[in-house]
Ligand binder design. Structure first.
Ligand code: SF4
Length: 441
């Protein structure tokens, strides 16, 4: 067996692509290694959401390029979102790379391997605008053994938010076929996974592009929920105005679907949201969040925010801080604005916020996030909650099991027994900013 090492950067979609690529490579005589120095094939699955990730990718393959001087048989592949965006340009910047593979063509990997082994250089980055499910069903998926299986249901996005590179790197939105998704769910459950997360840039528009059937996310959730056995179902990421009442009702009715919504708001200022080309304003988001809270008991709602979007005034930024609190968001991912080539906002150079202001705003955003998260955690102290245990470790001399509640709160529980993969009932005894502390009841 030859050895392959894949460095995966960025989001769960990239992690899922890596699992698919490892599955394909296992059919062609490669086994995964975690030691890059012992690999015959080195691959990097890149992320282009921020300039920093792109810089890190080039720095890492620079190191690999040096190894090639003493190991001429070593093969190097540059994959993922930066590959999709830059294609042949990669060879100019890194001549030692053997192949460049974009996000649309991962099922070309077997042919690429044959070609590079014949000494050819290959670039596969055309946009296909279709899912490759027929190809997908031919190959295994080499899932990292864990509790939670991430299963893509849509690829790409049609929204073109002015800051976002995704429509350029992942293409237009395509829904994967329910029969292929259900097979992947069953395979994951049969190999011991206890939680299924249905994944997409905008999961709520799942099925909008089907021409041969009326089938949406709520239908898919019903079918996954009907599979026998004890497991949980989540779905991310939701676009605020695409969340239908039917979807919220389905979440309540189906016992395996968890009380958790991840709904990026991005800014609390309606003017900034307009410039971001988001299709809602502050009030609309608030109403949607309130409706979900009214309909789904114990639900948590998490979000994403950007600090320092081009032209953002201090007052508009403060609107973001107040929105987080007013809406009572349970947790938010935060980032400073990073201009990405090809996107609309990247052209507004004269409106860019200086770096010091941007990072000062990010620090205040993080502080507000900490407050919101602690306030949210406090609500659950004294409650009894079901926890799915994800790991067991010795922390400062004490054995602890850690897991998540249905509404995605992290819980630490003292235990000398490793209960990884088990569902336990825990009484929440206290909390910190980022987690709850409990005891088994
Ligand atoms: S909806 Fe999300 S993935 Fe799509 S363009 Fe906007 S930020 Fe990017």
């Amino acid at each position: 067996m030859k050895k392959v090492y894949i460095e995966t950067m960025g989001c769960q979609m990239n992690k899922s692509d890596t699992e698919r690529m490892l599955g394909m490579l296992s059919n062609f005589g490669y086994e995964e290694t975690k030691d890059s120095k012992s690999a015959d094939l080195l691959m990097i699955n890149t992320c282009s959401i921020r300039q920093l990730s792109e810089d890190k990718a080039f720095s890492l393959i620079g190191t690999w390029g040096k190894w090639k001087k003493t190991r001429p048989d070593l093969k190097i592949g540059f994959c993922g979102c930066v590959a999709q965006q830059k294609a042949n340009e990669i060879f100019k910047r890194a001549h030692y790379v053997d192949f460049v593979l974009g996000t649309h063509k991962i099922y070309s990997l077997p042919e690429i391997i044959e070609k590079i082994n014949r000494g050819e250089k290959v670039c596969e980055c055309e946009e296909t605008h279709k899912t490759e499910d027929n190809e997908a069903s031919k190959y295994n998926i080499s899932r990292v053994k864990s509790i939670n299986a991430w299963i893509p249901i849509t690829e790409g996005c049609n929204n073109f938010c002015t800051y976002c590179i995704v429509p350029y790197t992942r293409g237009r939105e395509r829904s994967r076929l329910p029969e292929i998704i259900l097979k992947e769910v069953k395979d994951a459950l049969n190999s011991g996974f206890k939680e299924i997360t249905l994944l997409g840039q905008n999961v709520d528009s799942y099925g909008k592009d089907f021409t041969d059937r009326q089938y949406r996310l709520a239908d898919l959730l019903k079918e996954v929920n009907a599979i026998e056995g004890k497991f949980r179902i989540r779905f991310v990421t939701s676009y605020p105005t695409d969340i239908t009442d039917e979807l919220i009702k389905t979440t309540v009715e189906l016992d395996k679907v968890c009380e958790y919504f991840h709904i990026p708001m991005q800014s609390g200022s309606s003017e900034v949201l307009k410039k971001m080309n988001r299709r809602y304003d502050r009030e609309t988001y608030k109403k949607i969040a309130q409706k979900i809270r009214d309909m789904v008991p114990d639900v948590t709602i998490t979000s994403d925010f950007i600090a320092g979007f081009p032209g953002e005034t201090e007052d508009q930024f403060v609107e973001t801080l107040t929105a987080m609190e007013e809406i009572g968001l349970d947790y938010s991912n935060t980032a400073a604005y990073s201009p990405r080539e090809k996107t609309v906002a990247a052209k507004w150079v004269d409106k860019f916020i200086d770096e010091d202001t941007k990072f000062e705003r990010l620090a205040r955003l993080n502080e507000q996030n900490r407050k919101c998260c602690l306030a949210s955690n406090k609500k659950f102290v004294g409650r009894e909650m079901e926890v799915l245990i994800e790991n067991f470790e010795n922390h400062k001399g004490k054995n602890v099991i850690t897991g998540r509640t249905r509404n995605n709160k992290i819980v630490h529980i003292p235990s000398d027994v490793d209960l990884t993969g088990e569902f336990v009932n825990a009484k929440i005894t206290s909390c910190k900013t980022w987690y709850l502390v409990g005891e088994i009841v």
